[in-house]
Structures are given as structure tokens and as C-alpha cells.
Design a protein around this ligand. Structure first.
Ligand code: GDP
Ligand code: IMO
Ligand code: MG
Length: 430
């Protein structure tokens, strides 16, 4: 059975949660492999809307196991709230369906504090989600991090927190002139989560390999998007992990050969939340219309998302970087409202034309999009019965995007609900 990675191709919030939920029907195991509670993945089932930050988006399917991989930075407070919420809603009734990697790193209260203090101080803010993601990954890289396995051992945990607090409190007090953390408070707060986590902790590597040996299918759930990748994104306006499909292997603990198919996920337009360059951003009324029609407010922080036209320049590169086989084109219905729809096909700086994004951030922030204009369809498509039923101009738009980005659109989404989805190419049934 094939193993599939579903990955965001823009700046996050492409609709990954919806696609993972839909594809989970065909997968045995869903694995989150990077990021943390900075993610906000929305699933709409009937009248119920569920936003997940850490829990893999396969959790609503009773026969699917969910794994939080070693590449994730885990905030126990968020996980606790999420598990409680799911159980109260009648979901996740079987605890055996969740496995948390013993090697994932914990987000600690000082990570969140430092994230906020640093943002407040910066002249050029990144606009982080404030979830402590950057500081937690820094500790992982500098080998000061605290892993779930360390947390389970009370003594080891206490020692590690004490060591960490020496340096963190020094920075918090002396540099930021803020209140230090007390060891006792941190330990007491986290002790309350130990029993909860203990139930789910295990060896993700062993579990995933056994699953593959048994012929089960894995679905790897990306968080954020290609342009928030710490290496390949719009650095420094990025998150602190590798978000690309290639990171799935490391963050889950499988070999790269285990990945059979990469399902790209992108919106029919572009959004970004937080700071940083965004060539096709629409500052005026058209951007507001997009935000309004698309409900473009952050699922994690509630911030209004910046909106703009589809950018085929960044998409082409995303496809290559991720090894995308086909696209899930999301939120096509949001464009119902537009008489004319623009697509960015190249960039220009002065007389110089770019077919690929310029390498430097300075260039990317001043480049002008070169647009191709297409006629809109000006009718609601949310109730279309099939892809064939879509208005001619919507079909033309899809075809043109396929030509521009070089891979087919395999899934079309015309609304938040499961039934507003046309699967033309199912990655699990090829
Ligand atoms: P993710 O982070 O990639 O999972 O995306 P988010 O959940 O942050 O944002 C996507 C938003 O768009 C959510 O509110 C979804 O319910 C919604 N959504 C997903 N697909 C569609 C669609 O095809 N049309 C519309 N109108 N909304 C959609
Ligand atoms: P999902 O998985 C959109 C953005 C933040 C900020 C930058 C760094 O829902 O698509 P961080 O808190 O990670 O240090 O913030 O990355 N960001 C996201 N934007 N969707 C997300 O996740 C994001 N996760 C982080 O807004 O610009
Ligand atoms: Mg999101």
C-alpha cells in the first residue's frame, strides 16, 4: 500500500487539515512530522468545526492510528486541551489510536515567554504565533532540549529544567528585564501532564516500520508550508523547522524510500499570516473581499491573513522542491466573487524578468508580479455535483494553473465540508 505525504505549497493554511481528513479514509496511520502548536488545521464535518494544533488530522476516522513524530515540538498544555475537547465531542474514544514519539521535544513555558519577548523587542518582527516554536527548536539544536522520554523520568526532568532555567532566567531577567521562572512552578505545572502523556508515549520508528511490514498505508501530515521552511522559505520570515515533504522521513523516522507520493496542497489564491515578502499581496478592496469570502483569519491566532492572487512563480518552485505529483486545489469557491482573476506568471524588477523567485529577500520584497488576467465565472460553485459541472471559466482557470505549474490538479475543493471535494486522482488508489 502506498505511503503519501500531504504538504502545503504556499505560506500555510492551504487547507491541509481538510485534505488530510479526507485522505485518512484511505490510510491506516497519519503522522505529523514537524512543527508544533503553531499549526491550526481545520476540519469541518457536518455542522461541527474542529481546529487541531498538534493532533494529526486523521483522528476523526475511527480506524486510523495517529502518530506525533519525533520532529514535532510538543506543547503538553495544548495536547491536553485538544484531547479533552475531542473526547468531549465524542471523538478519540480509543486511547490506543494515538502514539507520541518518546523523542519529540517538549515546548516549555520559557520557550513561549522568550518567543514573545524576542518579538516585542525586534524592529523587524517575524510575526510568530507565540507558541515557543523557535526557542524550542533552538534548544533541540543546541542539545539543551527536553524530550518526552526525559519528561517521563521525574528526576531527569527536574535536572534538565534546573539546568535550562539557569540560562533562560539569566536572559529573561538581565537582558529582557522580565520576571524569571521558579523551578517549583514549572515542575508543578508539568507534573500534571505526565500521566496524560505516559499513556501515549512509544517508539514511533518501530511502530511505523511494523505498520509498513504489515502492508499498512501511511499518510504524513505537513504543517505550515513550503515558503515557511527554515531553509527554502522566505528566510528570516519563516518557521524554525523544515516543512518540505523531504522532512517527513526524518521527522517520522522512516527512510526516504518509504515515501511513494507527494500530494501538494494549495489555495486557488494566496494568503500569508505574519510578516515577510508576499509579491502578489492585494492591499485594497480585492484583498478584503478575498479575506471576507475565504474567512481568512488565522486558525491559531485569529489574526487577519494577508490575501493575494495565485502566484505560479512560487508554486512552480514548490512543486520541484517537494517532488509534488499532483495538487489539491483548495478554496476555488472563494473566487466566485471576482469578475476578473489574475495569476502571477513572472516577476519583474525594473527591466529584469524572473521566471523563478529571486534568491535574496530584498529582491523578493521589491519584485513586481507580472499578471495574466482571466475571466471569472461569477456564479456559486459550492454545489457543483462534479468537476465536470464546474463553469467553463473555472475549468479554464484550473487548466491554466496546471500548465503553469507543470503538474495536474488531482483534487478540487469548493467548500470547507468533506462533500465539497472532487477527487480526480486519489493518491492511495493509483
Ligand atoms: P491548514 O492549516 O492548511 O489546515 O488550513 P486552515 O485550517 O488553517 O485554513 C483553511 C480554512 O479554509 C479552514 O477554515 C477550512 O475550513 C477552510 N476550507 C478548506 N477548504 C475550503 C474550500 O474549498 N472552500 C472554502 N470556502 N473553505 C475551505
Ligand atoms: P498551518 O499548519 C500559517 C507563520 C507565523 C510566522 C512564522 C513563524 O496552520 O498552515 P512560528 O510561530 O512558527 O515561529 O512563526 O510562521 N506560521 C504559520 N502561518 N500557517 C501555519 O501553520 C503557520 N505556522 C507558523 O505566522 O509568520
Ligand atoms: Mg492553518
Amino acid at each position: 500500500m502506498p505511503n503519501v505525504v500531504a504538504v502545503g505549497l504556499q505560506w500555510g493554511d492551504e487547507g491541509k487539515g481538510k485534505i488530510i481528513d479526507i485522505l485518512s479514509e484511505f490510510a491506516d496511520v497519519v503522522v505529523r512530522y514537524q512543527g508544533g502548536a503553531n499549526a491550526g488545521h481545520t476540519i469541518v464535518v457536518g455542522d461541527e468545526k474542529i481546529v487541531l494544533h498538534l493532533m494529526p488530522s486523521g483522528i476523526l476516522h475511527e480506524n486510523t492510528c495517529c502518530v506525533i513524530g519525533n520532529g514535532v515540538v510538543l506543547d503538553p498544555a495544548t495536547l491536553d486541551a485538544e484531547i479533552r475537547g475531542l473526547k468531549a465531542g465524542g471523538h478519540m474514544l480509543d486511547d490506543g489510536r494515538l502514539l507520541i514519539s518518546a523523542r519529540s521535544h517538549l515546548i516549555m513555558p520559557y520557550h513561549k515567554k522568550l518567543d514573545g519577548l524576542r518579538e516585542n523587542e525586534k524592529k523587524q518582527k517575524i510575526g510568530t504565533t507565540g507558541r515557543g516554536i523557535g526557542p524550542a527548536y533552538e534548544d533541540r539544536a543546541s542539545r539543551m532540549g527536553i524530550r518526552v522520554i526525559d519528561f517521563l523520568d521525574k528526576r531527569v526532568f527536574r535536572e534538565k529544567v534546573r539546568d535550562n532555567l539557569k540560562l533562560k532566567n539569566f536572559i529573561i531577567q538581565r537582558y529582557y528585564k522580565d520576571e524569571p521562572f521558579r523551578l517549583r512552578d514549572v515542575i508543578n505545572e508539568y507534573d500534571a501532564y505526565r500521566d496524560l502523556l505516559k499513556r501515549y508515549v512509544g517508539d514511533n520508528v518501530q511502530f511505523l516500520h511494523k505498520s509498513m511490514e504489515e502492508g499498512k498505508s501511511l499518510l504524513f501530515e505537513g504543517a505550515q508550508g513550503a515558503y515557511l521552511d527554515v531553509d527554502h522559505g522566505t528566510y528570516p520570515f519563516v518557521t524554525s523547522s523544515n516543512t518540505l515533504a523531504g522532512a517527513a522521513a526524518c521527522g517520522a523516522g522512516v527512510g526516504p524510500g518509504a515515501i511513494d507520493y507527494v500530494q501538494g496542497v494549495c489555495k486557488a489564491y494566496t494568503t500569508r499570516v505574519g510578516e515577510g515578502p508576499f509579491p502578489t499581496e492585494l492591499a485594497g478592496a480585492e484583498g478584503e473581499l478575498m479575506r471576507d469570502k475565504g474567512g481568512e483569519y488565522g486558525a491559531t491566532t485569529g489574526r487577519p491573513r494577508r490575501c493575494g492572487w495565485f502566484d505560479a512563480v512560487i508554486l512552480r518552485r514548490s512543486v520541484i522542491m517537494n517532488g509534488v505529483k499532483a495538487i489539491a486545489l483548495m478554496k476555488l469557491d472563494v473566487l466566485d466573487a471576482f469578475e476578473r482573476i489574475d495569476v502571477c506568471v513572472r516577476y519583474r524588477i525594473g527591466r529584469k524578468v524572473y521566471a523563478d523567485p529571486p534568491l535574496g529577500m530584498k529582491d523578493l520584497s521589491v519584485c513586481e508580479p507580472v499578471y495574466e488576467s482571466m475571466d471569472g465565472w461569477r456564479e456559486p460553485i459550492g454545489n457543483a455535483a462534479s468537476a465536470e459541472d464546474l463553469p467553463v471559466n473555472a475549468k479554464r482557470y484550473i487548466k491554466r494553473l496546471e500548465e503553469l505549474i507543470g503538474v495536474p490538479v488531482g483534487i478540487i475543493s469548493t467548500g470547507p465540508r468533506r462533500d465539497s471535494t472532487f477527487i480526480l486522482q486519489n493518491p492511495f488508489q493509483r
